[in-house]
Design a protein around this ligand. Sequence first.
Ligand SMILES: [Zn+2]
Length: 65
Amino acid sequence: MTGQDGTPTGERLAPVFQYCHWCRGFASDVRPVAASDAGSGPRQQSYSACPSHRAQHGLTPLGEQ
Ligand SMILES: [Zn+2]
């Protein structure tokens, strides 16, 4: 018998889950956005945000303009 219960194989992330810089973690439906608040940054850096944080900060996903 090969019953391996209780062994979570959570090393595989679904492709729909990507890193949200505002969540500081992985979220679903994350899209790259342009963060214009680059104070001392080198240039306009691209971040990724989930839908809730995009609506919260008024971020526009890249490629939707
Ligand atoms: Zn988020």
